[in-house]
Design a protein. Sequence first.
Length: 380
Amino acid sequence: MKKIIILGATGSIGRNCLEVIRANPRRFKLVGISANRNIGRCEKILGQFRPKIAAISHPASFMRLKKAAHGRTSILAGEEGILEMIESLEADTIVSAIAGSAGLLPTLASIKKGVRIAIANKEPMVMAGRLITAAAKKSGASLLPIDSEHSAVFQCLNGEPEKRLKKIILTASGGPFLNTAYKKLEKVTPAMALKHPRWKMGAKITIDSATLMNKGLEVIEARWLFGVPPEKIQVLVHPQSIVHSMVEFEDTSVMAQMGMPDMKVPIAYALSYPDRLPAPCGSLDLLKEKKLEFFPPDTKRFPCLSLAYEALAKGGTMPAVLNAANEAAVEAFLEGRAGFLDIPKLVEQAISKASLRSDNKLENIIKAHKEGGELVRTLL
Ligand code: NDP
């Protein structure tokens, strides 16, 4: 029986993860959860899974959850509460599924425990990939990707000689505006951008998918998870989202991982690796898929992907600046304070103005994060 903590249990990844645990009660036991403010969902999770500890970030929500827990689950409050839960609970796997940069310190605290970390929360990898991979090496923590693309790459590399890897090919659905003319992108509203054609996800990642910033963040995540330089990471648009990603080896053989677009599949794999669990969804029927298409990404209409490569090339803390600027710009877009096309413009200005620091100190990463967000807020 593997003991699991889910950070971000009330979110889209968190809920899928709970379904995997519910379907495999003899293999997994939920011992801890964190959330921000979704008390209703927390109460349901407490009732169904009875974890030992629940940590809730939002201070006002703490007392309500404490009452609802009837003393059966210990309730901790604030970011310190999340860190305390991670430190005090014994666990085999910690699922990192908080949205955005708020997951940085919890991810680092999880890694210190030297257990398996199932990583969905890509932003900390973007901000602090060097620091995180070094910390994992030191503690012995294993980093298993949940992101479908990185899970695909991980599966393609399984048992292969890594020195023979020629390139990683990350696929992208292209998002809801794959075929929308640039002029029309000016008029995109949050409601339009929140309708992803293939995946049901949290708001921030859905907007990132629409701008292609999500793919840029994934390029940076892949750089650190697989130790591959950016010039060996290619992106192809594949609207059907059936080929989750590919790897080419020196002998030109290309390995691809395919499957139905359902996040429960990579989540179950990250929890059960090296085993595989019975399918949580229907099988892929290739005869029903009329075609599988691949296109180069259009970085003129969607410059965020190029901006991510640029930040990675600048190195140091620039990916942290990129991430913070993007978070601030997406927040402004969702609140109606910026247009869809302002997102790449704001990020571009932030990475051209920000100072470059070395990325092997946490304090530098936090400074860069603050600077990136402040630059965008000033520009707005
Ligand atoms: P959601 O927005 O659906 O969920 C986010 C979770 O984080 C919720 O539990 C939320 O709590 C919690 N949270 C939000 N803000 C804070 C905060 N400041 N402090 C502590 N907890 C917080 O996001 P997703 O599940 O879609 O995404 C989570 C991560 O996984 C992201 O980094 C995303 O890029 C990545 N990912 C997601 C995929 C998907 O299919 N959704 C696919 C691949 C990667 P509450 O609900 O209480 O507000």
